[in-house]
Design a binder for this molecule. Structure first.
Ligand SMILES: O=C(O)c1cc(=O)[nH]c(=O)n1[C@@H]1O[C@H](COP(=O)(O)O)[C@@H](O)[C@H]1O
Length: 236
């Protein structure tokens, strides 16, 4: 079954988050990132779980292996769908992240999937080459990080939909391609660089899409969400 899109809850407070969620009469797939989590703490996770929302906790951990191990072990207490780290932290860091997640999960609560960010969807090839000194194409860099991630035993990567066909071709259907950088046609791209519509993301082989501002900043968020779902599920 196709996973429903994850809505990025990039809000500063619980009040903003909760008034947004009240517009919907259903439990949703939601993404909690650093804006909401760092200002409000783990209590937001507990509140969202209480309301039966399914959570992608996007903290993009990137530190020495021992520190990431400890952080993941602590986060493993929550019933989360997805968590992430930066693949640039390296293979050992990713292995330790997974070990931490497993060490902290009770037997019936270890279904959380761990994925790694390859190249952020806000990064262009030119920026990557000039600022990170990677003398490769963005596709090569994303594929390289995907290979490291796969070797470390994680469940998939975060990339843009444009790289999804390459990754699926190389690592198979089960290795997740979680793709932000989604815009409804005519929406502002803002700081995102490697973007597509939900319909195109589906065509390119994303496993899951993450959508923020196209829904949260829309005049009618429920209608925008329905449009995203329609395109994503191929009903448009
Ligand atoms: O890991 C992520 O979720 C992520 C990775 C990435 O490469 N690009 C990216 O945009 N994201 C997140 O996905 C969301 C996209 O939001 P919008 O650009 O508003 O749709 C934000 O919360 C980002 O933090």
């Amino acid at each position: 079954m196709t996973q429903k899109p994850f809505i990025a809850l990039d809000f500063p407070t619980w009040e903003d988050t909760s008034s947004f969620l009240e517009l919907f009469n259903e439990s949703l797939n939601v993404k909690v990132g650093m804006e909401l989590y760092l200002q409000n703490g783990p209590v937001v996770i507990e509140k969202l779980l209480k309301k039966n929302h399914r959570i992608f906790l996007d903290l993009k951990l990137h530190d020495i292996p021992n520190t990431v191990y400890g952080a993941m072990k602590g986060l493993a207490q929550y019933d989360l769908e997805l968590l992430n780290v930066h693949a640039a932290g390296g293979r050992v860091m990713m292995e330790k992240a997974l070990e931490g997640l497993q060490a902290g999960s009770s037997a019936n609560l270890n279904r959380s999937k761990l994925i790694a960010v390859t190249q952020l969807t806000s990064t262009t090839e030119k920026q990557m080459q000039e600022e990170q000194l990677i003398a490769k194409s963005i596709n090569d860099s994303v594929l390289h990080y995907a290979k490291l991630t796969k070797e470390a035993g994680l469940h998939g990567v975060v990339c843009s939909p444009h790289e999804a066909p390459l990754i699926r071709g190389q690592f198979g259907e089960d290795f997740m391609r979680v793709t932000p950088g989604i815009r409804l046609s005519n929406d502002e791209k803002g700081d995102q660089q490697r973007i597509t519509t939900p319909e195109k993301a589906k065509e390119l082989g994303s496993s899951v899409i993450v959508v923020g501002r196209s829904i949260t900043k829309s005049k009618d968020p429920v209608l925008a969400y329905e449009q995203v779902v329609k395109e994503w599920e191929g009903l448009k």
